[in-house]
Design a binder for this molecule. Sequence first.
Ligand code: C5P
Length: 280
Amino acid sequence: TTPQLLAGKRVVITAGPTVEAIDPVRYLSNHSSGKMGFALARACVAAGAEVVLIAGGKVGLPTPTGVTRIDVLSAEEMLLTAQQCVAGTHTALQYMPEEEHEHHSEHSHDHSHEPHDDCGCGETHEHEGGHTHMHDPIPDDELRVADIFIATAAVADYRTRDAAPQKIKKTQESMTLDLVKNPDILATISLAHPELFVVGFAAETQDVERYARGKLVSKDLDLIACNDVSRADIGFASDDNAMQVFFSERYEHDSVTLEKASKDKIAEQLTRIIGETLWQ
Ligand code: C5P
């Protein structure tokens, strides 16, 4: 059985690519499959955590059992969603898991229907099926604030400055897209929440250790897991991965190498490292 190193911990994970609209039918994106983030979500649940998985773009993977999944498209949407999930204010977190209903029955929330994560304006709505209900704001002492944030998403570095409102016609012989830099989701969340345990990923082709240590400091991370993307047999759409994990100077470990294995196995090892480091 898996050691329950993350029992009672709340984990927010970003996964997959982001999708940046060019016009209503076209977008900029990348080949990230989301497999590493989904494998980590599964491993964290197995270690006893309550997991929210923010899946970008068009990840077609099934949602791991016991995980709250929120699908987003763009980096800006992913950042906003991650901020709300880490703070515990996202509407998807307003509904207690089944087993907590009894326990919280003294409160006035109505949990008798499925979550509607598409509204959340705090007002009474008419929902499909005809019944009406209220999204109560969550009392501060009940907010499900995250303990751990893991950023596996391959966020697009740039987005279009303005997505065209109508389909762009092929009338010109050449065209230029005006791109602006996307926010760094990991750094933004990490620097805003010094108490949060934060894990980043990095894909480097050279000077892996130097870049990894730079990011540990600049993004104020606890751990960074690096894959060497110059290896053709691992990473991206592959089912296998191999990693080197570097620790913040706050911890006694310096680095650990995880040999090539399935993403599920790598995720289990990484989850164990996160749990052990958290308790140091
Ligand atoms: O700086 P770099 O893109 O190499 O950092 C990779 C790490 O930062 C990954 O954990 C990735 O999920 C995260 N990241 C992010 N937002 C960005 C860029 C990267 O969360 N805009």
